[in-house]
Ligand binder design. Structure first.
Ligand code: TXA
Ligand code: MG
Length: 359
């Protein structure tokens, strides 16, 4: 039995009692896993360095990979960040609460441990009633990375948190499935032009509207490594989201839809007699099933016309892959890199052990 106490709450109207109980644990230096609109976070009082170190230890996260600080108001933003430019503050007044994290200068009074020793800090104001109420009940910012063991897919349900961290965390506030299922967009607003460090639910097109300026989408934001280039965000050095099985991402290259389907089917066929798994949209799964029937284990991600649905199912699908007995290799379909599709492809590229390109 995991050590963690589980408090079940309604996602939209959480009981004040449960929130107060969780806030009390944070006040005492404990760890509370809680839902945000993106994924579950592993929270600690951001102004308590001991509690912050417990977060790194629990996750087995390298100490140089900083956490995100969660705030519930602009006033709280100024307690953790310094010199917030006006254009950033006014963009955030539109984008927050929401799945957008900005990297700013760290307020020197915020413990450096939160930022892995950096002079900067990543901050966001989550749009989940449970997260907001918890921060308000604590009366201060909550430092929280995703509540998974480092390198594993992020948790979109309380069960995933218990699977990874059931013995490490004091309380899990369980409000069911998170809304987006993929982590927030992280934007560096200190560089001359805002640039995406990690793509997320707020796509580049939308960011340009929020900030009223062009946004840089460097290769690492797509999950593509450029030889010899140093990653600007510590998290980018580490492999992520990986299932324990072989995962082969089949990139579209210059193939059109029908030759891509042909190529994918051939790849799957070449793996018989052992059944491979296929992580794909409902449409592609149906088309492959017509050709290969039950010789493939299908993991359906949702409709290709709704990339938010695919994003929402991605991490739980990667976790479920590990539970498929008799399957040792999985192939994954690639999606179009627009909107949240950029984030999906970033996660798939980081999760996969191999990539092949349709030709
Ligand atoms: O949706 C989310 O963002 C979730 C929920 C819980 O809020 N949190 C999350 O945190 O995904 P985490 O710690 O798993 O990812 C934070 C990312 C890492 O890639 C980290 O390297 C980057 O943000 N980051 C944090 N602080 C940074 C900083 N000061 N400079 C550059 N990158 C930073
Ligand atoms: Mg994470």
């Amino acid at each position: 039995m995991p050590r963690a106490r589980v408090l079940r709450v309604d996602p939209l109207r959480p009981s004040g009692e449960a929130i107060e109980e969780a806030a009390e644990v944070l006040r005492g230096g404990g760890l509370v896993a809680f839902p945000t609109e993106t994924v579950y976070g592993l929270g600690a009082d951001a102004f308590n360095p001991e509690a912050v170190y417990r977060v790194y230890r629990a996750k087995r996260r390298p100490l140089d990979n900083p956490l995100i600080v969660h705030v519930s108001s602009p006033e709280m933003l100024h307690r953790v960040a310094a010199d917030v430019p006006d254009w950033v503050a006014s963009a955030l007044s539109v984008a927050w609460p929401g799945p957008l994290t900005v990297v700013l200068r760290r307020n020197p009074s915020l413990p450096a441990a939160v930022s892995g020793g950096l002079e900067t800090v990543a901050v966001r104001c989550p749009a989940h009633p449970v997260a907001l109420k918890l921060i308000e009940a604590l009366g201060g910012p909550v430092a929280a990375p995703s509540a998974n063991i480092a390198g594993r897919p992020s948790p979109t349900r309380a069960e995933h948190v218990l699977e990874d961290l059931g013995d490490e965390v004091d309380v899990v506030v369980d409000a069911g499935e998170t809304f987006f299922g993929i982590e927030s967009t992280v934007v560096d607003v200190l560089s001359p032009r805002p640039r995406i460090l990690r793509p997320g639910p707020v796509g580049p097109e939308e960011l340009e509207k929020v900030f009223g300026t062009k946004i840089d989408v460097p290769p690492f934001a797509r999950g593509v490594e450029v030889f010899g280039e140093r990653p600007p965000s510590p998290g980018l050095k580490y492999r992520h989201y990986a299932p324990s099985k072989r995962l082969v991402l089949v990139e579209r290259g210059s193939c059109d839809d029908s030759s891509y389907l042909e190529f994918l089917t051939r790849m799957l066929e070449s793996h018989s007699p052992e059944p491979p798994a296929l992580l794909a949209s409902n449409e592609t799964s149906d088309a492959v099933r017509e050709r290969l029937g039950d010789s493939v284990a299908y993991i359906r991600l949702g409709s290709r016309g709704n990339l938010f649905e695919i994003a929402k199912n991605l991490f739980s699908s990667l976790r479920s892959l590990d539970r498929h007995e008799g399957v040792s290799v999985a192939f994954s379909e690639a999606v179009e890199e627009r909107g949240v599709g950029l984030a999906i492809m970033n996660r798939l590229r980081k999760a996969s052990s191999e990539r092949i390109i349709c030709a």
